[in-house]
Design a protein around this ligand. Sequence first.
Ligand code: PMP
Length: 475
Amino acid sequence: RYQSLAYSHILEIHKQHLSPVRTAYFQKPLLLHQGHMEWLFDSDGNRYLDFFSGIVTVSVGHCHPKVNAVAQEQMERLWHTSSIFFHPQMHEYAEKLSALLPEPLKVIFLVNSGSEANDLAMVMARAYSKKTDIISFRGAYHGCSPYTLGLSNVGSFKMELPSGMGCHSTMCPDVFRGPWGGSYCRDSPVQTIRKCSCVPGRDREEDLSGGVRNLEKDCCQAKEQYIEQFKDTLNTCVAKSIAGFFAEPIQGVNGVVQYPKGFLKEVFELVRERGGVCIADEVQTGFGRLGSHFWGFQTQDVMPDIVTMAKGIGNGFPMAAVVTTSEIAKSLANCLLHFNTFGGSPLACAIGSAVLEVIKEENMQENSQEVGTYMLLKFANLRDEFDIIGDVRGKGLMVGIEMVQDKRSRRPLPLKEVNQIHEDCKDMGLIMGRGGPFSQTFRIMPPMCVTKPEVDFAVEVFRSVLIQHMERRAK
Ligand code: PMP
């Protein structure tokens, strides 16, 4: 048992001295003490399976022994030099990271957070294209700095303050909750239970008894419908031209939203026709999390001009990067538009290198593929069992479970009920994330070292919490 400040005292300090915006996430906040790989321990010694990795950040495991050892060694030698000096950790890291990206994405800018990376990508897109307008999806989250706030269209991050000059939001091609879409739209081992709604009236034929594996192929033209929406947005940009388009390969904060197959590829072409560059935000999807590929954009068969990355890059250490082509990078050099005191510190780079080595040495990308697919199918079985699970989706170790009042209406499960399920899972030792416009989707993104028996544990916890919930509901 860990002796420290009393729980009630901590809650008081939080109330008095910490940002009121910082939510506790749970009704009874967790007071964490220690982490080891995919497990967390609270100050009473209770153990929790961390299925959210501290918001998708702990890629290779809490306090991974190799990452810890490398960090300690580097701390004893040199923490910080400022990026105006050279040191081999930075150069070794740049070489290692660039080797993981395809040509021509070879020039790296090191920063400290995802918001900073996206800020810089916005500056780059504008400096290079000499245009101003930028498009992102409704529901997207790309940061909450004053600049990126314009790209983030999650309602809860919008304030009654002017933000986002030149930023446009376009309809999110969400095949489960959006107006068009349905089965076989997306690239996932599990399809939507919703049948195609592209042709008016088609959704009325919905037959929910078919389960995951028996759905017929249908006519889905969701991609074309959403592309038309995107073209409309393009036409509202100044002089019908844009500086850039931001997208996550799979949306995280919006509730693990996957687009129709081939959608991003067509949109990238439209953006380039209008003079813009394409930016893939890999803050959540990168570093092997999606299993089949190291980068999310590779799963969509697209080639971005700029890639931004954070979170998993440092396994929890604050670091981030922007990778681009030498041509785009030069547009910043011409106007000296970038300086960053901490970005690329020896400590950050040593940790970043260790993370890359661990992903490779411990086959973590392969593990994401195998354990992730196993997990997705297990949760899809629960979807067939419970009417309040509307959708199970995702790829690799990025899974979303969307909770609904019932499958037929697809109305989001009321917040009170989702909160209770979330809390009950935590009390039984399972920590999940939340997302989606109504906070109705559980987001599951464990450290990439998670095992199948741990997935079995999580599925059993979730199942027993849902059984209890349904019993409570029936009373
Ligand atoms: N992009 C995405 C996709 C994110 O999920 C986040 C953080 N949730 C960010 C950018 C911003 O990262 P940071 O919090 O490190 O600024």
